[in-house]
Design a protein around this ligand. Structure first.
Ligand code: NAP
Length: 253
């Protein structure tokens, strides 16, 4: 390939940033990398390479962007729960004839002693809570609070930016960004007398210590299952696999 291959990374995750870093370290001139962020976080940690922020205007807008910016490969490294952009990526890539890979960290797997309650949605998680506890550690993100607004319980909500209503009446907010430590999570559960934890199946190590802390304390954990990756889209579990995929597609000199 004469020109540098242009790789568009749909980001907003640690993996997306790591991928941009890995591609920046590739032999000089190999890749032109653009990372796209939705713009949800006030002060995002920026990756190397070019960065664009904000929506594309649906699948059509993304397809147009791929075409106009001569993108050679699209990597959907968004969060496993960012279902709309992943769906849009699949449609746009097909329309613009751009190869697409989804980079998805593996799901969490329960260990011996875990008391997990898998559910299909945030609404199901909210419905499951009254039978499980009254003091809830809610780690599903600030955009996911409306589903819990009518639940009769006290919530400790941890999120990167401050939540906006609707949210539960009885709630304390903890503004923090992972990675979190096991000692820190143990202390949090103890100090706030938490009796149930709610999480999405985000996977990855950065936010997993809460699961270990809950297991040690014998607490139930409501785990919201992931939406599926759109049909037919290739999946990589690690940054190294994604780099290898780019190599296999000829996206290197
Ligand atoms: P979503 O529901 O799948 O997407 C909603 C809309 O946001 C999309 O249709 C798109 O707008 C825009 N968008 C999303 N990701 C984008 C990106 N990387 N670049 C440009 N536009 C993007 O997404 P979400 O769940 O709100 O998540 C938004 C971002 O936060 C994602 O980048 C994701 O990786 C990150 N994130 C999400 C979660 C989570 O639990 N959902 C957790 C951590 C981080 P247009 O249709 O206008 O293009």
């Amino acid at each position: 390939m004469d020109e540098m291959s242009h790789v568009l990374i749909l980001g907003g995750t640690t993996e997306a940033r790591r991928l941009a870093e890995a591609l920046a370290e590739a032999p000089y001139g190999t890749f032109r990398v653009t990372t796209s962020l939705a713009g949800r976080v006030a002060r995002p940690v920026l990756p190397p390479g070019e960065v664009r922020i904000g929506g594309f205007g649906g699948a059509d807008g993304l397809a147009r962007w791929l075409y106009e910016h001569r993108v050679d490969a699209l990597i959907d490294a968004t969060h496993p729960f960012a279902g709309t952009i992943s769906f849009n990526a699949a449609h746009a890539a097909a329309r613009a004839h751009v190869p697409l890979l989804a980079l998805r960290r593996p799901s969490w797997v329960p260990a011996d002693g875990d008391d997990w309650h898998p559910v299909g949605s945030l609404d199901e998680a909210a419905a499951a809570l009254p039978a499980l506890g009254r003091r809830v550690f809610l780690t599903t993100g600030r955009m996911a609070l409306a589903a819990f607004a009518r639940v009769d319980a006290w919530f400790l909500v941890r999120s990167v930016d401050a939540p906006e209503p609707p949210y539960p009446d009885r709630m304390e907010t903890l503004l923090d960004r992972g990675p979190f430590t096991l000692d820190g999570e143990r202390e949090l559960l103890r100090r706030h007398r938490i009796d149930v934890v709610v999480t999405k199946d985000s996977g990855g190590a950065a936010t997993a210590p809460k699961l270990t802390a809950a297991r040690e304390a014998g607490l139930p954990v409501v785990v919201v299952r992931r939406p599926p990756v759109p049909e037919g889209v290739a999946v990589a579990a690690t940054v190294a696999e994604a780099v290898a995929w780019l190599g296999d597609r000829g996206q290197r000199p």
